[in-house]
Design a protein around this ligand. Sequence first.
Ligand code: GAL
Length: 401
Amino acid sequence: MKNRTLLLLFIFISINAFSQKFEGLAETPPMGWNSWNTFATDINEELVKDIADKFVELGLKDAGYEYIVLDDGWMSMERDENGDLVPDPVKFPSGMKALADYVHSKGLKFGLYNDAGTKTCAGYPGSRGYEYQDAKKYAEWGVDFLKYDWCNTGKQNAEASYITMRDALYKAGRPVVLSICEWGDNEPWTWAEDIGHMWRVTGDIINCWDCEVGHGTWSSWGIWPIINMRGNIRKAAGPGHWNDYDMMEVGNGLTDAEDRTHFAMWSMLTSPLIMGNDLRAASKETVKTLSNKEVIAVNQDKLGIQALRFSNEGDFEIWVKPLADGEWAMAFVNMAEEPKNLDFDWNKHQIGDDLNNRRLDVKNNTFQIRDLYNHTEIGNTGNNLKATIGSHDVLMVRLKN
Ligand code: GAL
């Protein structure tokens, strides 16, 4: 009897020992670059090396960007005779281990993409039935991040499928950030906290301010449709588990003002900051936006509280985000087609975050106001905040003690 109890206890402990995600990863939203938005499946090892070099050269590594992730299109169409995934030999002649080594040699981390179904969205081999084998391969290659998609999954249960991959990665033993990508269809914000480190909340992003582009059975979405698509999911975000508003389109054809707003909003929303542009061709303005350390600090704030919409009356969308040490970030976005004047009277607004029980108390405290794009002090909360904000541009501020 005693032996049987011990045996059961042993089995229970063994099962649970591998049934968890890697903790301590993604304590702040992951930052990096992904190939899909610009290159789709047209990727290769030179591109990855160039991007890694650009991370260093352009100061992006210094600003906090870390992961370089190859999206769909890195594999051969068939597994090998052992059932292993094979990198496309033309695109990646040196293999994935060598490429991961190169990325690591720059002090960066390396990520790959696969899919929970039988095939990826672009038709390459999916991981269904090969989860443990694939996870072992990723560990051998030195993979640090896995984006795991949801095409060709038939009647699979999403939660169970992502748990299988989580456990497979854990068993393989190399810490990997698991990026869940099922487009919000199964509401991962209600079940994925202990499974992945981030989960997409919508279908694919596209480089427009406010549009939907249909592709038959699915649509791509501009910046504001993505921000507005889900109701109140902010409570699901926090250290180690983030709502992912998709790879960014900064530098991909929006105006500079729209890029600033896009970047400000992704930072406010504690979304992972995953660049999606061609860094080899990035303009000065694009690099300036993407590497703005004061904006990034809002995204990376250690409290990890996702912003809430304070108001969207008139021409301004106003978002607020509690930060560590009682400070706050705010974004005033001009949604109009022409410049608008902001005149914000602190005493007439009760700013607070009920979910986290925080109030912005401007009666008993005076906060210094720091403009995070111009890097200047612009007064304090004892006076109205006045500014002219260009069309689709943002005034992003930090209220400092
Ligand atoms: C989609 C995913 C995109 C990209 C693409 C690759 O499902 O949302 O971000 O990964 O698949 O085929």
